[in-house]
Ligand binder design. Structure first.
Ligand code: PLP
Length: 390
C-alpha cells in the first residue's frame, strides 16, 4: 500500500527522463508531451541552458533567506516588470500562494480606504488554487465541497457578464477588486472578447477597484504574448504568475502596478522559500530562453498550426463543439464528457489533458516545433474520431 496520501487520480505511468517535448517512462516507452506538466515545462524537458544554469547555481547557493538580500530576486523582478508593465514583485512558490498575496493585497487596499468587509468579485468556472482563500475564490463546487466554512469576502458572477458586475456594484459597497483569468484554464479554456476586458478595466477605474489577473496558467508566453492581459489590451493592477515561470522549479510571483504598487511594507507578507536563489535562476533562465529562442512567436505560430490542423481534420465531425485558445493554450470542446480520451492518448504515446469535463486541453512546451505540432494533430484526430464514433 502506498504511503503517499491519496489526493490524486493518477494515470498508471511514471516517467524516468525527458528531452525537449519527448518524455520516457520507467518501462522505456516514449511519449510526445503536449501538456508540459500543466503549462509548467515552458522549455520542454532537460533544456541544456536551464540544466547548466541550475547546476551552476546549485553549486554556489541554493537558499539563503529573505532576511538578506537576494541578488536573483532583484534581477528577476526588474525583468518581469520591464516585460509586464508592473512596478514591483513579491515572490512565492506556487500559483495559490501568488493568489493569496493578491487577495491579501485587495483586502489591505480596501481597509486602507475604510472598506470594512473588503469583497472581491470572482468568476464562475474560475480556478485560483487549493488553499482556503483560493479555493473559496475558485468557481467549482467540487473544489470546495467538504471544506466549509469557506473564506468570506468573495462574490461570484458569470464570466463574460459585465452587467452582472455592474449590478453587484450598485448594492454592495464592499467591493474592492475583480479577480479573474484572461483565459480560464482549468474551467475549460474559456475566453471573452476584448470589449469585456476593457469593460472590467473601466469599471475598476471608475469604482476605484483593483483589477487582478490570475496569469498562473495563461501568462509566461503561453498565449504568444508574455501575459494574457497583453492579448486583451488591458493593464491590470495586480497579476499573478507561477506554473511556467520556473520551467519546473517551483516559483510564484505576485506583481503590482498602478494603485496596487507600494501597498505592502515589511511585516505584511512573507515566505521562507519564496524567490530563493535556485528558483530565481530558473525564472531568469526561462525568460532569457523565451527571448533568445523567439518562443513567443513560436507559440503563436505553432498554436495556429495546431488549431488549424484540428479544424481541418475534424471538419464536419459530429460531436465537435469548438476549437479555441491562443498560442499554445488550446481547447478542443466536444459535445460529451471525454476524460476517457486521456488514457487512450496515453496508450497511444501522447500526453494530453481533459478539463471542464468536455474540453481536450493542450499545453505543449513553448518550443514545440512545427513537425511536433503536425504529429500531435495527426495522432490525435483518429483518437478523437474513434471516441466520438464509439
Ligand atoms: C494552476 C493554477 C493555480 C494554482 O497553482 P498551484 O501552483 O497549483 O497552487 C492558480 N490559478 C490558475 C489560473 C491555475 O491554472
Amino acid at each position: 500500500m502506498s504511503h503517499v496520501m491519496n489526493t490524486y487520480a493518477r494515470l498508471p505511468v511514471t516517467f524516468s527522463h525527458g528531452k525537449g517535448s519527448r518524455i520516457t517512462d520507467t518501462e522505456g516507452r516514449e511519449y510526445l508531451d503536449a501538456l508540459s506538466g500543466i503549462a509548467v515545462n515552458t522549455l520542454g524537458h532537460a533544456h541544456p541552458r536551464l540544466v547548466a544554469a541550475l547546476a551552476e547555481q546549485a553549486g554556489r547557493l541554493l537558499h539563503t533567506s529573505n532576511l538578506y538580500g537576494v541578488a536573483g530576486q532583484e534581477t528577476l523582478a526588474d525583468k518581469l516588470c520591464a516585460l509586464s508593465g508592473m512596478q514591483e514583485v513579491f515572490f512565492a512558490n506556487s500559483g495559490c500562494e501568488a493568489n493569496e498575496a493578491a487577495i491579501k493585497l485587495a483586502r489591505y487596499f480596501g481597509h486602507k480606504k475604510g472598506v470594512e468587509l473588503p469583497t472581491v468579485v470572482v468568476m464562475e468556472k474560475a480556478f485560483h488554487g487549493r488553499t482556503m482563500a483560493t479555493l473559496s475564490a475558485t468557481g467549482n463546487r467540487k473544489v470546495q465541497a467538504g471544506f466549509e466554512p469557506l473564506v468570506a469576502g468573495f462574490v461570484r458572477v458569470p464570466y463574460g457578464d459585465l452587467e452582472a458586475i455592474r449590478a453587484i456594484a450598485e448594492h454592495n459597497k464592499n467591493i474592492v477588486a475583480v479577480m479573474f483569468e484572461i483565459i480560464q484554464g482549468e474551467g475549460g479554456i474559456h475566453l471573452c472578447d476584448a470589449a469585456y476586458y476593457r469593460g472590467v478595466r473601466e469599471l475598476c477605474d471608475a469604482r476605484d477597484w483593483l483589477m487582478i489577473c490570475d496569469e498562473v496558467q495563461c501568462g509566461m508566453g503561453r498565449t504568444g504574448q508574455w501575459f494574457g492581459y497583453q492579448l486583451a489590451g488591458v493593464q491590470p493592477d495586480v497579476a499573478t504568475l507561477a506554473k511556467g515561470l520556473g520551467s519546473g522549479v517551483p516559483i510564484g510571483a505576485c506583481m503590482t502596478g498602478g494603485k496596487a504598487a507600494g501597498l505592502f511594507g515589511p511585516g505584511n507578507h512573507g515566505s521562507t522559500f519564496g524567490g530563493n536563489p535556485l528558483a530565481c535562476t530558473a525564472g531568469l533562465t526561462t525568460l532569457a530562453c523565451i527571448e533568445d529562442e523567439g518562443l513567443l512567436a513560436n507559440a503563436d505560430r505553432v498554436g495556429k498550426l495546431i488549431r488549424q490542423g484540428f479544424a481541418d481534420g475534424l471538419a464536419g465531425v459530429e460531436g465537435l463543439v469548438d476549437i479555441r485558445g491562443h498560442g499554445l493554450m488550446i481547447g478542443v470542446e466536444l459535445d460529451r464528457p471525454c476524460a476517457a480520451l486521456v488514457g487512450q492518448a496515453l496508450a497511444a504515446g501522447l500526453l494530453i489533458n481533459v478539463t471542464g469535463d468536455t474540453v481536450i486541453r493542450l499545453l505543449p512546451p513553448l518550443n514545440f516545433s512545427e513537425s511536433e505540432a503536425r504529429e500531435l494533430v495527426d495522432r490525435m484526430i483518429p483518437l478523437i474520431k474513434t471516441f466520438l464514433a464509439g
